[in-house]
Each structure stands twice: as structure tokens, then as C-alpha cells.
Design a protein around this ligand. Sequence first.
Ligand code: HEM
Length: 509
Amino acid sequence: MGFSIFSPTRSLDGVSGFFQVVFLLSLCLVLFKAVQFYLRRQWLLKTLQKFPSTPSHWLWGNHQKDKDLQQILTWVEKFPSACLQWLSGSRVRVLLYDPDYVKVILGRSVSDPGYGLLLLNGKKWFQHRRMLTPAFHYDILKPYVRIMADSVNTMLDKWEKLIEQDHPMEVFHYISMMTLDTVMKCAFSYQGSVQLDEQSHNQYIVSSIIRNSRSYTKAVEDLNNLTFHRIRSVFYWNNTIYKMSSDGRLFHHACQLAHEHTDGVIKMRKAQLQNEEELEKVKKKRRLDFLDILLLSKMQDGKSLSDEDVRAEVDTFMFEGHDTTASGISWIFYALATHPEHQQRCREEVQSVLGDGTSVTWDHLDQMPYTTMCIKEAMRLYPPVPNVSRELNTPVTFPDGRSLPKGITVAISIYGLHHNPRFWPNPKVFDPSRFAPDSSRHSYAFLPFSGGARNCIGKQFAMNEMKVAVALTLLRFELLPDPTRIPVPLFRLVLKSKDGIHLRLKKLR
Ligand code: HEM
């Protein structure tokens, strides 16, 4: 029967019929989702019954805003080895903080698909890892020490100008610009300085990179927060809902800013490599910097890396290569500020090795055992990457016989592991002697750089950078805490402090 605007009753019938159908379909969908939710939850409860569960709501899971780290300390004491953390009624992850459990997981391969070495999977991860490993060879890392020292000195010169005696300042921002500066120069052959360029806005050629560097560090901070909140919000798991939300729009904007920065860096290096002279110079090198490897290498099938692959790797290294070390250095400074006796002992050691610090070389870095112990102890208390996650691609059985099926997400809580009182007596106490050369510990009890095949590829780079930063800073400043603003560690992809890290700096005469 035809529809006519001249027969309103029939038209209304049609409309209400349409709404009835929509209503019925929606009801079916809701019922279907409810049954799916119920079955999934029942399956999880049964499968994971041998693991104790942290307190949680049946629908919303366990969420206490910004209390994660305190909670983990309680759980580590209360539930031996592992426990369940419900992110919602049907999503759960198994938190691990026992070295024997962690060892089982890190010895396996991973199944998280994605882009960039950090998120790649299987064969492609192996190919990329093998291709990029030479970028961290001793021959490459050795000359970086001087670049690191220059970047640190640039930051310290700035600090000298900024501080009035005893005036507290927030150091994370400056350290973050310094570590970005270092990674840009070392890994991406960038010839300017984002720290200096930040002050003088007049250099036209590299202006977009400079402009973007500041917004880049801000974008990384936003992405860190937004990703964390997304994992925690039941509603945001749906891509469409997330994209429409204000957080989703912010996320998109932050991604764009971050990509503008990395694209600028890639474009600039590509342009430099168009120059025959520069290309010849690079080709003569025995080993290449990270970005040059990406731009010049051919895969096994003879093809170059796709633009998408290059960008993904640059994104990963830019992020991993600066935010983690910035977090590490900031917390080390805080730990030394609150333990003046250890700070002084490190300073004396550094003075005996470096004198006034005019020259810092690779060989010097091995001659600072006490400073290294303090750096490690600070990384135990404040691990820059507090958590790493894995989705099991095959079932796993732990040494005590408990097992997990394929598909379950496990989160290795590096923070929990480093505060586990069974392996670290008085875990909250800063005690560098834990890392004395004659001390022994479980090989999986201290994992700031993770472990197994997928450990941190930049570990040596990061340790060098942290040593250079600590050594040169202690030669020029005394670090003191700001008792009015004690930093509170905040659980994010990279460990942060709630309101930054405020320290008082005293220029040494
Ligand atoms: C204190 C500084 C650093 C810490 C604590 C740290 C920690 C980590 C951790 C825990 C992982 C494992 C992540 C996972 O399995 O999900 C990792 C992986 C990685 N890190 Fe670092 N990192 C640091 C510095 C760096 C630097 C300086 C670079 C590069 C210049 C870098 C590049 C990478 C890359 C590419 C991966 C992925 C490796 C793979 O999957 O094969 N990291 N890092």
C-alpha cells in the first residue's frame, strides 16, 4: 500500500511502527549484550577462581582515581604473587609482582598487534628489532656521551640563570626538554637544539620543529593521561563513542601534534640526505644513527620501509627515548634531594672522576659505582615504566601450578615487583646498598627495563644519559626538597608526579 502525505493517520501508523521495530531491535541488542556480559563474567570467574580478586564493583570494576600505586602496595602485601584487577564487570587483568611469575611471562612471545617496535608482533617485530639493534651498538653510543653532556649543560646553564638562591622550581619540564634535545640529536641527527631554539624563536628554517617540540612534550603528556583514562573508562572502550567524546577529540588533536613533530623530523632528515655530500658522508659511516637506518635500509625482500612503518618507529623512539628518561632523572633528583648523605657521597665520587666536569667520556661512566647504585635504587622506588602488559597467545602455567588460558591479559606491575617485601625488605626505604656489587637478588626482582627478548632496546642509552645528568648536576648544584610540595607518584604509562617535581637548587661555589 502506498504512502501519502494526504493520509496522516496511516503515516502516523507507519512512523509508530517504525519506532516499534527500532525499539524491539534495541531491546534485543541490549538483551544480547547483557547475556554476553553475563556469560563472559561467569567464564572469567570460573577460569580465574584460583587468583584472589581485589575489591571491585560487579559492573564498574575497581577504580579509585589516582590511588593505583597505593592500592598496589596493599595488594602486594595481601595477595601473594598475583591478583585480579577488574577494569569492568567483564574485563579483568591479572596483576603479577612475583619474580618467578614474571619470569614465566617474559620468557614468552607476545601477541599484541600494533605499529612501532614497542607494539609490533611476531615476525615483523623480530625483523625491525634486528634492523634497529645496531643503532645501540657501543660504537654508536660512545660519541653520544658528549652530546648528552652538552644537552645537560645547556639545561644547567638555564637553571643557573633561573634560580634565585633557594628558590624552588618545577624540574620535570626542563628535564623533559633536555632529554628530547638529546634523543633528537643522537637518534635523529637533528643539528639544532630544542632547548636553545625554544628560547630564540627566530630561526626560520627549523621553526616548525622548534614550535612543535614544546607542543610535542605537552602532547605526549596529554596522550599519557588520556590513554590511561581510556583504559579505565568502560564507556570509552567503544571506538565510536570515544571518538565523539571530548577526551577522544583531545586525543585526536594530541596525536596530530605529535605526528606533526615526528613528520617534521623525518622530512628534515630526508631533505638533508638528498644532498650528495651528506649522503656520501653517511654511507661511509661504519654504523648509522637510528633514523638513517630507517631511511636507508632495505628489508630482506629488498624493499624500503613504508612511510607508515618509519613514522611508527620514529614515534616510538621519540616517545620512549625522552619521556622515560625524563621521568627517571626527575625522580633520581628527588631521591637524592631527600637523602643528602647519599647525594654528597655521589658528588665526591663524581668530583674524583670528572674533576670540574669539563669533559665526560664513556670510560668515566663505569667509574661511578656509588652513583650507579643510587640511580638503580631510585629506579627501584620510582620505576619510570610502572607496568607492562601482555595478552597471552597461549595458555601458561606458573611454578605453583596455577594457570591462565589464552586471551587473558596479564599486567606485570614493575612498581609492585620493586616494592614486594618478600624480595625487598623495608621496600619504601631508599637504600642504595641493595645494589652493592656483593649483594644478590632474584634475577627478575629488579626490572626497570623489563626483561626477556622484548626488553628495552634503549637501556644502555638511558643508563648513560641518567649517569651524565646526575654527575654534571651534582657538580654544579646542591639538590634540596621543597617541603611545601612533596611529589606524589602518579600511575601513568610513564611514572609522573601529581603536580610536577619541585626542588630547591643551590648553586655550589
Ligand atoms: C629510564 C629510561 C627507560 C626505561 C625505564 C625504559 C623501559 C622500557 C620498558 C619497561 C620496556 C618494555 C615495554 C613493554 O614490554 O611493554 C621498554 C621497551 C622499549 N624501549 Fe625503553 N626505557 C627507557 C628508555 C628508552 C630509550 C632511551 C629508548 C630509545 C632511545 C627506548 C626504546 C625502547 C623501545 C624501542 C622499546 C620496545 C622494544 C621492543 O619491543 O623490542 N627506551 N623500555
